[in-house]
Design a protein around this ligand. Structure first.
Ligand code: GSH
Length: 353
């Protein structure tokens, strides 16, 4: 009898605990239901513009034309955000920032997002209190030299003078590479890329080093691009993407899903030209992405058609890449690692569901 009672009591306790757990689960689910608040999003909406930190002038990434109209892969990330928030890709104040000043501008709240060919590194998140919302360009560092130097590998650059930009991962990788290979070098570091490339062009340095995408872009500024060659070595990983502060996880999610929307659109064959037509599709994945079914934007403080707005404004990731840095641009960079995951590349987005 005693044993029975004890068992009974234990059973009741177990039941009670189970109920407690179930109750807790229900409560948490309910607590998550109301639309999450983003202070950053509220501020942007009240201000009427997105403050977007960009590179002052890097072809393919962010560059103003003579009328002050900005284009580039990093600019398009901001256009996507502006489209999702305001249903208008032009509600943006572009804030040009040097490599050295960019993180302070984000930390102090001068900008809402930093979309400036910034490499995602551990210390930039852990020490600077930032978060990378994604990778819109997988890159790596390379070298450019004068053809007449007759050098075919970066390993032949011992004793060379190298032009580089301050406040970049480029400076650090350069030091690592020469140390690891027991080579000596002289570095001349500049505050801006313009100064660095000009110094290289004028012959002050034997080599110029930066992200490979930057080599393609900066080459366009040289007096005679044909006199220069890019060496085969890629000495680092440079996952470039937009960064935000750590104080607003909902805003972080908005930036990250704006980028993912463009990747998912490419994977699903949704383009700027066919996005209206695609709203009528039976494909459930496309219907969810475009907000025909479900309301996935709501809990981020966005509308049901948030991703439709993005694709309508910027096109999918493949279109963004081609137009700015790929085949349809002056840079003509191959997709390489930036192909979709199912086409042999590294670009991958989780599903909208
Ligand atoms: N990805 C690297 C380098 C970024 C960087 O600033 N690169 C230079 C060289 S291409 C640049 O964009 N300069 C343009 C400018 O400051 O005008 C980093 O995040 O540190």
């Amino acid at each position: 009898m005693k044993i029975l009672q004890a068992t009974h009591r234990a059973g009741a306790a177990a039941l009670f605990m189970l109920a407690g757990v179930a109750g807790f689960a229900v409560n948490t689910a309910q607590a998550q239901t109301p639309a999450a608040k983003s202070k950053t999003l509220d501020t942007i909406k009240a201000r009427g513009v997105l403050n977007c930190g960009v590179n002052p002038g890097l072809a393919g990434f962010s560059i103003p034309d003579d009328k002050g109209a900005w284009t580039g892969i990093d600019v398009d990330l901001c256009r996507a955000l502006s489209a999702a928030i305001f249903n208008d890709p032009t509600k943006i104040k572009f804030v040009p920032l040097t490599a050295k000043d960019r993180f302070t501008a984000l930390q102090t709240g001068e900008i809402d997002v930093l979309s400036r060919n910034g490499t995602w590194t551990m210390s930039r998140e852990a020490d600077l209190g930032l978060l990378w919302a994604g990778v819109n360009y997988y890159d790596g560092q390379g070298f450019m030299v004068r053809r007449k130097l007759n050098v075919s590998s970066a390993l032949e650059l011992s004793q060379a003078t190298i032009c580089v930009q301050q406040g970049t991962t480029t400076e650090l990788n350069l030091a690592d590479f020469f140390r690891a290979n027991n080579m000596k070098y002289e570095v001349i570091a500049f505050a801006t890329s313009n100064e660095a490339i000009k110094a290289y062009d004028s012959g002050r340095c034997d080599a110029f080093t930066t992200d490979a995408s930057g080599l393609y872009a900066e080459r366009l500024k040289l007096t005679n691009a044909a006199e220069h060659v890019v060496l085969p070595e890629i000495i680092s990983k440079e996952p470039l993407g937009p960064a935000v502060r750590q104080d607003d996880v909902v805003w972080f999610n908005i930036v990250r899903w704006a980028h993912f929307a463009t990747i998912n659109a490419e994977e699903l064959g949704v383009t700027r030209a066919n996005v209206d037509e695609q709203r009528k599709t039976k494909n459930p994945e496309i219907r969810r992405l475009l907000g025909v079914e479900g309301d996935f934007g709501k809990n981020l403080g966005l509308t049901q058609d948030w991703a439709y707005r993005i694709i309508k404004a910027t096109g999918n990731y493949g279109e963004i890449f081609d137009r700015n840095v790929g085949a349809g641009s002056r840079l003509k960079i191959e997709r390489g690692l930036n192909r979709l995951w199912n086409k042999g590349g590294a670009q991958y987005a989780p599903p909208v569901r």
